[in-house]
Design a protein around this ligand. Structure first.
Ligand code: PEP
Length: 254
């Protein structure tokens, strides 16, 4: 089964507007270097429109995503961003359940589940993040934790909906730490996730879902990860802030 690889940059709460434009223009101009790979930029919500405009001539070949959203389409939710607003600004993707959202802002699997359904209803592709902490890995609980997160975050999705999503396996201990999971450690969890997706839908549908790895991916470790059969791309934090590094990672998946 050949799945189109997908490499997404999670800029988190970094850059200013001028730098966001500059980085986007650099990625858009050099997009052809990783032509076989789907590229997605996920700037801070406030810069989504700016980045969308800066994609310019590469529109349609460089995707646009947000890092979070509310699950309601409108209403009295001060400070929040609604799914249709993201669509209005040209977003096609939204990262949901990132470990920083889970640990710093208390997002539960149930909350991620509601958001995932809302994203799909709005026409956005959710990039649903799961991953264990170091403590959980050391206690031998990785499979149990990831299973719970996948089942909880994706509960009630129809097979057709499951087919549309992207899952990102991001071990929390590897995010922003410089400690990357070994390709074997990552592959083991990716295979587990694909098996869970098969149980939630069918093996045929699970074989079509892209599962990204995230956690200190850099140009020099991406190729080994890319060789694993169930790793279909990367969700990149720190290294997505430099065009050279982001494209270097994308090329490794090409
Ligand atoms: C992330 O935040 O999704 C991430 C993977 O970060 P980093 O690449 O910096 O570890």
């Amino acid at each position: 089964m050949s799945r189109k690889k997908i490499v997404a940059g999670n800029w988190k709460m970094n850059l200013d507007r001028a730098k966001a434009k500059e980085l986007t223009a650099a990625v858009a101009a050099r997009r052809g270097e990783a032509a076989a790979v789907e590229l997605v930029l996920c700037p801070p919500a406030l810069y989504v429109e700016t980045v969308g405009a800066a994609i310019a001539g590469a529109k349609g070949t460089v995707g646009l995503g947000a890092q979070n959203m509310h699950d309601k389409a409108s209403g009295a939710f001060t400070g929040e961003v609604a799914p249709p607003m993201l669509v209005d600004l040209g977003c096609q993707y939204v990262i949901l359940g990132h470990s920083e959202r889970r640990t710093l802002f208390g997002e539960t699997d149930a909350a991620v589940n509601v958001k995932t359904k809302a994203a799909l209803a709005a026409g956005l592709v959710p990039i649903v993040c799961v991953g264990e902490t170091l403590e959980e890995r050391e206690a031998g609980r990785t499979a149990a934790v990831v299973t719970g997160q996948v089942q909880g975050s994706l509960a009630g999705l129809s097979p057709a909906e499951l087919e549309k999503i992207v899952v990102a396996y991001e071990p929390v201990w590897a995010i922003g730490t410089g400690k990357v999971a070994t390709p074997e450690q990552a592959q083991e969890v990716h295979a587990l996730i694909r098996g869970l997706l098969a149980k939630l839908s069918s093996p045929e549908i699970a074989a079509r879902v892209r599962i990204q790895y995230g956690g200190s991916v850099k140009p020099d470790n991406a190729a080994d990860l890319a060789r694993q059969p169930d790793i279909d791309g990367a969700l990149v934090g720190g290294a997505s802030l430099k065009a050279d590094d982001f494209l270097g990672i994308a090329k490794a998946f090409g």
